[in-house]
Design a protein around this ligand. Sequence first.
Ligand code: BV8
Ligand code: ZN
Length: 301
Amino acid sequence: MSLLLTRKFAQYSLNLTVKMATETPKQPSSDMAAFRKVFDKARHIVVLTGAGVSAESGVPTFRGAGGLWRKWRAQDLATPWAFQDNPSLVWEFYHYRREVMGSKNPNKAHEAIANCEKRLAKQGRRVVVVTQNIDELHKRAGSENIMELHGNLFTTRCTKCGHIEKNHDSPICEALRGKGEPDPTAEDARISPELLPRCKQEGCGAMTRPHVVWFGENLNEALLDSAQKELDLCDLCLVVGTSSVVYPAAMFAPQVANRGVPVAEFNIEPTSVTNSFGFHFTGPCGSTLPEALAPTESEPK
Ligand code: BV8
Ligand code: ZN
């Protein structure tokens, strides 16, 4: 973790502990009319999203019912050590998730965010999506200001020359054709490394990996810095469909709230950080977000 991140991480955790120890948590408001007044005035909005924003598209989340980490262990499938030990199993996991996305589309939550970005841009107001998701549904919904903190399911990175490229091939390599869900217990089903996705760069040919951030890996510094700038400048933050358990993303919205900037959480249930926010709207974000981000009275018609 970069020094800056570690310091921020430590400082944030200290602040939060002190805050939780000294302050009685106040209930966030669920008054949509009050939120809409704040939204009406906001000039720079950060929308932090997690797997829950894609749930109504039929994309499995990680920790809820049917979640990926309910079925498999993250340490077997989403760490650099797992990839080193069994690249075939890790590629089966990401191949499975790529193929699942073939029949999934953006839902009303993605569309509400994308439409809001376009509408407010015409009023000189900024909306930026900082997402933990790798499924590209924000982009497919039409959002343009997007930061993919944890990478992208349809991008590969060479393990040798570092070449990064987009890849939407289905399947990504012949050896994975017809492969379904990964089975960590299957011993013999391992695909030999030379048949796994390879780098197409002249003279390289080394094995590639999904260009995603695994547990225990640093996030891209430059991307983190740009996200931090947006968080430091925003005057409204929405945090949508995330359990806020994975760092450093989990500390972003509480950090904004600590600056006294309004934060609205959209989730089907409260999370461990709900009480740090001014607003919490319970319900599927495919319904709550379109209502929250609809044009306001004062916006130009
Ligand atoms: C880092 C990869 C520095 C791509 C993901 C010990 C050793 C090493 C690291 C750590 C450690 N202890 C802590 C750490 C840090 C670690 C961490 O935070 N671990 C947690 C588990 C404690 N973080 C890291 O390792 C990060 N790197 O810190 O680097 C470092 C380096 C070395 C050593 C130490 C530190 C990297 C984190 C990135 C991991 N990669 N994904 C992929 O395969 O997808 S994480 C994965 O889970 C997602 O990317 C996402 O970011 C994350 C969180 O998931 P959510 O999006 O929140 O989804 P979840 O299912 O949890 O929740 C869904 C929510 O939606 C729920 O609240 C649900 O109620 C709600 N919902 C459901 N339906 C709806 C809805 N809401 C609204 N509407 C609906 N319809
Ligand atoms: Zn290469």
